[in-house]
Unconditional design. Structure first.
Length: 168
């Protein structure tokens, strides 16, 4: 697949945002690999009764990626949309995080980030300035969406690492 469609821009803030957006992916994949060694029991081990396992963290991040990707598309395609909030615990229970294969979740995360980074790289400065109302953060533009998405992934990479080593 050719990358000819990707707009090259000299705006360091956007380049930095894209870099931050993808920073934690390799570490997340490494955690999955480490947790999958042997019989894969580390994927499903919870460090505490009320804590998530590596697999559950991966499923949460995958659902978040899907939800936030829809948010990005709404920001780009609608006039100042109001984004929706969602109950992560309700999703964890309804989407059976504790029984589905973690590899599927990791595949969704990697594919979605790749798709989004290509979209983001092709946007004009005017598109990066488009806004929406977030229920938690108020008015956000595409750059704020990117940084929020990056921070969310980074926080859950740390959570997955802690789960892997049995730390609460």
């Amino acid at each position: 697949m050719s990358d000819d469609h990707i707009q090259m821009f000299a705006d360091d803030a956007r380049i930095e945002a894209l870099s931050v957006y993808t920073d934690s992916l390799d570490e997340l994949a490494q955690i999955f690999t480490e947790a999958s060694v042997g019989d894969g029991a580390l994927l499903d081990r919870r460090p505490a009764e009320d804590a998530w396992s590596v697999a559950e963290v991966l499923h949460h991040v995958a659902d978040s990626e899907l939800s936030m990707s829809v948010d990005l598309r709404r920001i780009l395609g609608e006039h100042q949309p109001t984004l929706l909030d969602w109950d992560e615990q309700a999703y964890a229970e309804a989407m059976l995080y504790d029984v589905r294969p973690a590899a599927d979740a990791l595949a969704v995360i990697l594919a979605t980030r790749n798709l989004n980074v290509r979209l983001l790289a092709s946007l004009s400065p005017e598109q990066w300035a488009r806004t929406a109302t977030d229920p938690n953060d108020g008015q956000v533009d595409v750059s704020a969406w990117v940084l929020s998405s990056a921070a969310h992934l980074k926080a859950h990479v740390l959570q997955a690492r802690r789960s892997l080593i049995g730390m609460i």
